[in-house]
Design a protein around this ligand. Structure first.
Ligand code: 5GP
Length: 119
């Protein structure tokens, strides 16, 4: 049995706008909005409309959606004015990765120099 078997999170309510979070982008595959607790000057979350609990649950059929998350991240980085200076795209997985919301999301973080994480 999967520990995080497809149980909806607050992100599904944001996608459906049952919680009034301003959306920066939404199409048939993905939704983007600002992180409620920004870790940098710019901190945006890009999520699939479909519930995929963790990176471990990504299937081959999800490749179009996962690709869309990245093209939307790039567009939002440009719109945010942080593309040239640079930014970081992060997806946390499970406890060791520090995942808190079990609906995958790409963190787009930037707008200031970011510390090294992988040294
Ligand atoms: P994780 O640790 O799972 O990679 O990141 C979850 C992120 O979702 C955190 O950065 C947290 O601040 C953000 N978050 C959690 N709940 C909400 C919410 O209700 N609205 C928004 N906009 N962000 C949220």
């Amino acid at each position: 049995a999967d520990k995080h078997a497809a149980e909806e999170t607050i992100f599904s309510k944001i996608i459906r706008q049952e919680i009034p979070t301003p959306l920066l982008f939404q199409d048939e595959l993905v939704t983007a909005f600002r992180d409620i607790s920004p870790q940098a000057n710019s901190h945006i979350l890009i999520i699939p409309n479909k519930l995929i609990p963790t990176a471990n649950d990504i299937e081959q059929d999800d490749e179009l959606t996962i690709g869309r998350m990245f093209t939307v991240a790039k567009k939002l980085a440009k719109a945010e004015g942080i593309a040239e200076n640079g930014y970081r795209l992060i997806m946390n997985c499970n406890q060791h990765g520090g995942q808190e919301v079990y609906h995958i999301h790409l963190h787009l973080v930037g707008g200031e120099p970011l510390g090294r994480m992988l040294d």
